[in-house]
Structures are given as structure tokens and as C-alpha cells.
Design a protein around this ligand. Structure first.
Ligand SMILES: [Zn+2]
Length: 460
């Protein structure tokens, strides 16, 4: 039994306004919070408190209102609040080649259009204009972190940082002369300079980006690994994208691409292998053993008829699989909602089983598993106190999204990038109520159209 004094004290505590109300920079309030945390919590009327670059609390709207006061509040009524999407593979400036040539065999497409266009067009200005356009598209469709492999990557990094996005960015290392390097050694020197310029940066993670095993000799591949180990930075590579690549590896080395790269000691932690379409069970065991993350790009694989990555089998073998769009020339957009949906549909179709890659798994692939692939899961990929404030607000008010029984189902099966209303990275609001704050949209689009005229002339 409670003594009167204790009872009074208890009542006083229950009624008191908390003496300690912490002031924070931003609260995203009254949304359906899809956390993708360890317990996969979904909070029907929840809020996220953000201070500076970090999330400080994720809880019911009442509890957040009681404990925090914010200098700025974004109302998320009727919306889902979720972690920003993580695109684990793209080539951002290729948005400028979007729709330039479609419906061609891969080698025709590359040799008649993409390589000549790149040889004539790629310059610092080209990648700046392209990256700004890609950043605008990503911010508007809810991507907060992306992985890139292209040329003049330092320019891409500066444009990415100015737009406020997070990037894991690597200068392409390839055997033939390219716009910014005559030899792979030149590319590696550029990579080292780039990595030093952005070391410790809050948004940019420099990476080493050898193009693929079939476009590089073993010594260069080993040099890429050595540089990544020396600088403690991630590695990005295309892996087993096509049957041609498998045949090349077989002819040259009598091994699969994955086994060949293992045989030269290429694999290591924080390595992102894009595609992994043609991998055997032995390859999957290697990828799991070496903790290599895979980026699955269902739309690019379908459009270029590269094949179907065995996502379910890789996951069962213990390989972490994230999602990517690949460059916009082979997709043709950077919408990660579409990547989620297509990944789920394709897995079901190929398995002959609608239970394959259910909605919660597709969502994890685009968020927390993407973060794991990049080795950044302690920082991003879910809404949890202590992580970076990378989050988006997704309107669920349209006829297409009505009614909503299950927010996770809606995010995967009906949502489109255009439904994103607000995008926040590192605690900074990049888009609010569909208005992008870090880029001059009109200027970005005008510059892109002007650059497209030059591309058109170059491939004539
Ligand atoms: Zn690619």
C-alpha cells in the first residue's frame, strides 16, 4: 500500500511538465514512422527528433512533444517517415545519356553510342551538369545516399556535397585511355588525390573503383586492392554482369569472375560488387566468406537482358544484397522505389513463388541492407537515435495510395519517387514540400538540355 506522501509525490510526477525539455534543431512530427530498426518498429503516430546532423529520438508523437522543443517542425500528417533510400550502384552523370539509345544489344549500345559519346563529351563541365541533374532527381525521389563510379569524380563529389547528398564515390579505373586518365596508373593517382581531399568528410566517402575483371589486368586489380587497404576506403567493381564476362574469365583464367578475383586476393571488406547476375553457389560462398556486398540492379539487368541475379540464393548463402539503379542510360531513371518494386516482382517471377522477396525484404534491401553493403550501417539505413538524420517524408494521400492498410506494402508496391515530399540528409533539409532547397531546379534542367544538344551533335 502507498503511504499518502508517496502517493502525492507520484501524482506530482505524473502531472508535471518535464523539467528538462531539450531544444533540438528539427522535429518531423505526426507521421507513420517506418523505422527499419532491429525490431522493425512501425509507429502509427510518431515523431523523429533531430539535432544537428543526428537523430536524437524516434518515438510516439506524444513522447517526443513532451521531451523536446524544436526550432523547426515539419508536419508529416498522412505521410510515412522512413530512412532515406540507398542506391548502391549508379553512374550519376549518365543521366545526360538517358534515352539516347535504347533497345540495342549491349555491345552495340556501348560501342556505337555510349563509348563514342563518352569519348567526345565527358569533361569536368559535363559531369558537373550531369551530377546536378542526377542529384535533383535523387533528392526529389527520396535517395539520400548513392554509390558512384565515373570520371572526374572529384567534380562529382563537389556537386554532390553542394546538393547535400551523401555519396560513396570512386574514380573509374579501366585499362583503356579515358577522358581524365591515359592509364590505370593515372586513375589510381587521381583516386589517391581524391581520397586525400575528401578524407574524413561528413558526406563524401571516397572509394577505389576498378571497372571490372574483364576490363583490367590482374596487376591493376591487385594495385586497386592495395590502394584501398592502404587508405582504408571501400572498393566498387562490376561483377559477373553478363555471360560474356563469364566466358572471358573462363577463356583467360579457367575460373569464374568471382573465383578469379578471389585467386588474386582482390576481395576484402567494404567491397561493393555490382550486378552479380551470373554467380554459382561456389561464387556465393566466396562472396559471403569475404564479406563482399552485392548491389542488385533489376531494371538495368532486365533492360539490357543481362540475366536474373539469384538474389534469394545469395541472401540464403549469407551475402548482403542492396539495390541499385545503375546509370540512367540503362534504366532509365534513378527512382529507388521502382527498383524495390522491380526487385520484388522479378524475384517472384523467376522463383515461380509470390512469397519470394516480400515487401519488408525489398524495403530492407533499399535501406539497412544497402547501408551494410556500403559498410555504413552504424550511421545510416534506419531511423534510430544516434544515427545520422537521413530520412524522407512520403505522402500517402493520393488516390493511388488510398486506402493504406500496411505502410510497408505501400512503400514497395504503390509508391513512386514523386510521392516524396521532404528529403533530409545529415540533418539538413534538402527538399521541403516538393521544393528543392539546395539546387536551382530551373537552371539545372536548362543546363542539362543545353548539354544534351551537344551530345546529340556528338553521336550524329
Ligand atoms: Zn554500372
Amino acid at each position: 500500500m502507498l503511504r499518502p506522501f508517496a502517493l502525492l509525490a507520484a501524482v506530482a510526477v505524473a502531472l508535471a511538465v518535464p523539467a528538462q525539455t531539450r531544444t533540438v534543431s528539427l522535429i518531423v512530427a505526426h507521421g507513420t514512422i517506418v523505422t527499419v530498426d532491429g525490431g522493425r518498429r512501425v509507429i502509427p503516430d510518431g515523431s523523429v527528433a533531430i539535432d544537428g546532423r543526428d537523430i536524437v529520438a524516434v518515438d510516439t508523437a506524444d513522447r517526443i512533444a513532451a521531451a523536446y522543443r524544436a526550432r523547426d517542425t515539419i508536419e508529416a500528417n498522412g505521410s510515412v517517415v522512413m530512412p532515406g533510400l540507398i542506391n548502391t550502384h549508379t553512374h550519376a552523370p549518365m543521366v545526360l545519356f538517358r534515352g539516347l539509345a535504347d533497345d540495342l544489344a549491349l555491345m552495340d549500345w556501348l560501342q556505337k553510342y555510349i563509348f563514342p559519346a563518352e569519348a567526345r563529351m565527358v569533361s569536368p563541365e559535363f559531369v558537373r551538369v550531369g551530377t546536378r541533374l542526377a542529384a535533383l532527381e535523387m533528392i526529389e525521389s527520396g535517395t539520400t545516399t548513392y554509390t558512384d563510379m565515373y570520371y572526374f569524380e572529384d567534380e562529382i563529389a563537389r556537386a554532390t556535397k553542394a546538393a547535400g547528398l551523401r555519396g560513396v564515390l570512386g574514380e573509374t579505373v579501366i585499362q583503356f585511355p579515358v577522358a581524365d586518365a591515359k592509364t590505370p596508373a593515372d586513375s589510381l593517382a587521381l583516386t589517391e588525390r581524391f581520397a586525400k581531399e575528401f578524407a574524413g568528410d561528413d558526406l563524401i566517402t571516397p572509394a577505389v573503383a576498378p571497372h571490372a575483371m574483364y576490363t583490367l589486368d590482374p596487376d591493376t586489380l591487385k594495385a586497386c586492392r592495395a590502394l584501398a587497404d592502404r587508405l582504408h576506403i571501400p572498393v566498387i567493381i562490376h561483377l559477373a554482369e553478363t555471360n560474356d564476362e563469364v566466358k572471358t574469365a573462363e577463356d583467360k583464367y579457367k575460373l569464374t569472375p568471382t573465383a578469379f578475383l578471389d585467386s588474386i586476393g582482390f576481395w576484402g571488406p567494404r567491397t561493393i560488387a555490382a550486378h552479380a547476375v551470373h554467380v554459382t553457389p561456389d561464387d556465393m560462398a566466396i562472396l559471403a566468406r569475404r564479406h563482399v556486398g552485392v548491389s542488385h540492379n533489376p531494371e538495368s539487368n532486365m533492360k539490357l537482358a543481362s540475366g536474373i541475379a539469384p538474389v534469394e540464393a545469395m541472401r540464403k548463402a549469407g551475402v548482403t544484397v542492396g539495390l541499385g539503379t545503375d546509370g540512367a542510360a540503362s534504366n532509365n531513371d534513378l527512382d529507388m522505389f521502382e527498383a524495390m518494386r522491380q526487385a520484388a516482382f522479378l524475384a517472384k517471377l523467376v522463383a515461380g513463388d509470390p512469397r519470394s522477396i516480400p515487401a519488408p525484404v525489398a524495403l530492407e534491401m533499399a535501406t539497412i541492407d544497402g547501408a551494410r553493403v556500403l559498410g555504413m550501417d552504424t550511421l545510416i539505413g534506419s531511423l534510430e537515435a544516434g544515427k545520422r538524420a537521413d530520412l524522407i517524408v512520403v505522402s500517402m494521400a493520393s488516390p493511388r495510395q488510398t486506402p493504406m492498410y500496411d505502410p510497408v506494402s505501400h512503400l514497395v508496391y504503390v509508391t513512386r519517387g514523386d510521392d516524396v515530399t521532404t528529403t533530409i540528409v545529415n540533418g539538413r533539409v534538402l527538399m521541403r514540400d516538393r521544393k528543392v532547397l539546395t539546387l536551382d531546379s530551373r537552371r539545372v534542367l536548362a543546363d542539362a538540355r543545353a548539354m544534351a544538344e551537344k551530345v546529340r551533335a556528338a553521336v550524329k
